[in-house]
Design a protein around this ligand. Structure first.
Ligand SMILES: [Zn+2]
Length: 271
């Protein structure tokens, strides 16, 4: 008799749990559908996400509410946005809120997700300059005259530059080739824009890629500690279109590893 009662209780509990799960599932999906204007395909994905989260939370013996599930979806969408290369609409970090620059595995990072503090002003990095001078000399011996026409750029300088580009091209276009102030690798003192002497028409221009100097750089820069930072076809990862002239100093070891991996810096560091 007691045994039967216990079984009944257990069965009742099970039905209550199942009922609650179904209610949460349906409620969350309806909520999500209206809140996000999802298409049926997106709704299916959303439902799958919710059911997955529910099973995880049940395993963890957590009580969840519909609100929590919706928050979870919102967080997932934010993560997706973060993994894209556009500037986040509601960034966690801005140049104004950053106290220190970000280092990932010991590497200073400046991109659309990781801005630099507005007052970060290290100037041109002396080690990078020395490495560049070595590279320029080697290039010269190979018959090419290189010029580093833009290296360190301060926050204020980048502000003027970016604003000018926005005036000329509109913000969407400007964001593809120019960093917003606080987001430029040039502010680290480790970014070098390189061109060929007396060929100013190709400086910071797509046409540079076809010059012998650009080809020499692409093949040899890593030996001097530089990587081609924004390679062709990687805009969706780096956030910038192909810049055959923009090199980033990493030191010989790391630059060679990144070069040999065939990955962008973001991919290499897993960010
Ligand atoms: Zn550059």
């Amino acid at each position: 008799m007691r045994l039967e009662n216990n079984q009944k209780k257990r069965r009742t509990k099970w039905w209550i749990a199942l009922g609650a799960a179904v209610t949460i599932f349906a409620g969350a999906s309806l909520g999500a559908l209206s809140a996000y204007n999802w298409s049926p395909e997106e709704a299916i994905e959303g439902l799958f996400g919710i059911s997955l989260q529910q099973s995880i939370s049940q395993n963890n013996h957590e009580e969840r509410t519909i609100d929590e599930d919706v928050k979870e979806i919102t967080r997932a969408e934010e993560l997706t946005e973060d993994s894209e290369t556009a500037y986040p609409e509601e960034p966690e970090r801005t140049p104004e809120t950053m106290d220190e620059p970000t280092y990932v595995k010991g590497v200073l990072i400046a991109n659309k997700q990781y801005p630099l503090p507005t007052d970060y002003a290290p100037g041109e990095n002396p080690e990078a300059r020395a490495a560049y001078d070595d590279m320029q000399e080697a290039a010269s011996e190979a018959g090419f005259s290189l010029v580093a026409f833009s290296t360190y750029r301060s926050y204020d300088y980048q502000t003027d530059l970016y604003n000018r580009y926005v005036d000329e091209h509109g913000q969407e276009e400007a964001d593809r080739f120019s960093a917003r102030p606080g987001y430029s690798e040039h502010q680290t003192g480790l970014g070098f824009d390189i061109g060929a002497e007396d060929q100013e028409e190709h400086w910071a221009s797509d046409s540079f890629k076809d010059t012998d100097e650009a080809k020499w750089l692409a093949e040899n820069a890593h030996q001097y500690g530089f990587i081609l930072r924004y390679p062709a076809g990687k805009e969706h990862i780096t956030g910038y279109q192909y810049e055959s002239w923009h090199f980033r100093y990493l030191g010989k070891d790391l630059a060679t590893k990144v070069y040999n991996s065939g990955l962008t810096l973001e991919e290499y560091l897993g960010i």
